[in-house]
Design a binder for this molecule. Sequence first.
Ligand code: HEM
Length: 154
Amino acid sequence: MKIVYKVLAYLVAVEVAVQAAVMVYGDAGLGKWVAQGGVLDKTVMESEASPFPEVIGLIAHGINGMMVIPVIALLLLISSFFARVPGAVKAAGLVLLLVAVQVTLGLFGHDIPALGALHGLNALLLFSTALYAARRDRSVGVPAQAEPRLGTTG
Ligand code: HEM
């Protein structure tokens, strides 16, 4: 179960990176489309049509963020109870909490843009915490070395 816990924790970190990549991919596509004369308004935003191909990045961000990542984080917390890794439950609990905060900030960012800024910062915190959780089983001890004995020279 330790390996499952570890893989899930690394997966959360990878997913945060994916979220950054697909969001910027979508945003870049939007910018290019507008530069070519496309107009983004409420009607376009609410329509089912894909005005530019990179909109898939924005859609992927929403699905990944609202469904895939929360499920991975929940599985991480469940696996942490059986992983027998010191501090795993706390670390996985923190990851799940940060995911909940991240989704909330993402959704409320539409109404309060300042929350969007916190969404970006919290993503970094989530990434670091997921890596911290993944590396909990690493020994922090210094390799044992023979102590030089006093009074014995050369
Ligand atoms: C560096 C990483 C990330 C960046 C740069 C980023 C950026 C953004 C941006 C710009 C939006 C607003 C999109 C819009 O108004 O259409 C957004 C929305 C959102 N983000 Fe992220 N995000 C990141 C990571 C994450 C992560 C890790 C999660 C989930 C755990 C997440 C979940 C969401 C959700 C649920 C929304 C609302 C989507 C919607 O309303 O359709 N994001 N994000």
